[in-house]
Design a protein around this ligand. Structure first.
Ligand SMILES: [Zn+2]
Length: 334
């Protein structure tokens, strides 16, 4: 959700781009900064360990699209962890022609923070993203959220539906893994409730991407991941058709696909789930909103790379157009 700009911007720190950034991270980053050239401005999104994924096989959109319309074995449960509201300019590019034509103005956009439960008959129970913990809402400071991030968090705008704590308690089976769409706060905010040692997976560059904005968020992301297993990084390869930025056959049986959709963050990943009733695309924050998806308008200031966001949104929309039976679940709206 939060911004991940790769380049310095003179935008004042009070703007929406500081959402979810933590002042406590400033000190180590500043120290690092003093020893760096201008080409290395900024610091990593997280200092949490990242390793090559032991799961998943690089594949192609052609192979994926050959099977995705067949009923699949994975049951999918959508969990709304909390209702919330964020600035519309963060989740929709209000400078786009489409938003201007529609007369969209900035203001609170109602959203939700989702987690998804995937139950595979032989591979076990996985989550996609993690929801929010009870503590994040009650005690953001105690949960490790830095000062400036707390200022932008507005927990009073959260209406909790099911915390990550309650979700994990009712799953009834050990978690085989957590598949992250990306490493922004509102996607890793449930991680403190996940049993230690549970394997984590995310796209490339999610911890290592460098930005000056990470000065404000790094400590918060680190706090949520503290004690967790290293982030296993999907090993994407170029999609031969060029239709996507890369595709992974997660279990090797064609039931679950990771699709690289960079722009919001460098490793942003969508997941395509084959369920008994048809394919479901979890877009992650390639598109936060229903309006943005339906009007082909990419996310706004929360995305780090607007041109790549435009390309990834177009790629996912084209995928769904080729497979009209597909259900689309957007990053933060039904
Ligand atoms: Zn988000």
């Amino acid at each position: 959700m939060h911004p991940s700009s790769k380049t310095w911007s003179p935008r004042p720190a009070a703007g929406p781009r500081v959402l979810f950034r933590s002042s406590a991270a400033a000190l180590p980053c500043l120290a690092a900064l003093l020893g760096l050239t201008s080409a290395s401005l900024g610091c990593a999104a997280s200092t949490h360990a990242a390793v090559t994924s032991s799961l998943g096989t690089p594949s192609s959109s052609e192979a994926m699209e050959a099977v995705i319309d067949r009923p699949g074995p994975i049951s999918l449960e959508v969990v709304n962890s909390t209702d919330w509201a964020v600035p519309r300019s963060g989740v929709i590019n209000l400078d786009s022609a489409g938003a201007k034509a529609a007369g969209l103005k900035d203001g609170d956009e109602p959203i939700a923070v989702f987690a998804y439960v995937l139950r595979h008959p032989t591979r076990g129970v996985y989550l996609v993203d993690s929801g929010v913990t009870d503590r994040l809402v009650r005690d953001p400071k105690g949960a490790g959220v830095g000062m400036l991030v707390r200022w932008q968090l507005h927990p009073e705008k959260m209406k909790v539906r099911e915390t990550a704590d309650d979700l994990v308690a009712r799953l009834g089976a050990p978690l085989a893994g957590v598949l992250l769409t990306h490493l922004h706060l509102d996607h890793v905010s449930g991680m403190p409730a996940i049993p230690r040692g549970t394997p984590l997976y995310a796209g490339p560059g999610e911890t290592t991407d460098r930005s000056v904005w990470n000065w404000f968020t790094q400590s918060t992301i680190d706090a949520f991941l503290a004690g967790s297993a290293p982030v296993q990084t999907w090993q994407y390869r170029a999609d031969p058709s060029g239709r996507t930025a890369g595709v992974i056959d997660v279990f090797g049986d064609g039931s679950l696909w990771a699709i690289l959709a960079p722009g919001h963050t460098p490793g942003s990943t969508a997941y395509l789930v084959r369920t008994p009733t048809g394919p479901v695309l979890l877009t992650g924050d390639a598109s936060h909103t229903r309006w943005g998806w339906e009007h082909d308008v990419e996310p706004g200031s929360f995305s780090g790379d607007r041109p790549r966001s435009v390309a990834s949104l177009a790629s996912l929309r084209a995928l769904t157009a080729r497979h009209p039976a597909m259900t689309v679940r957007l990053g933060h709206q039904p």
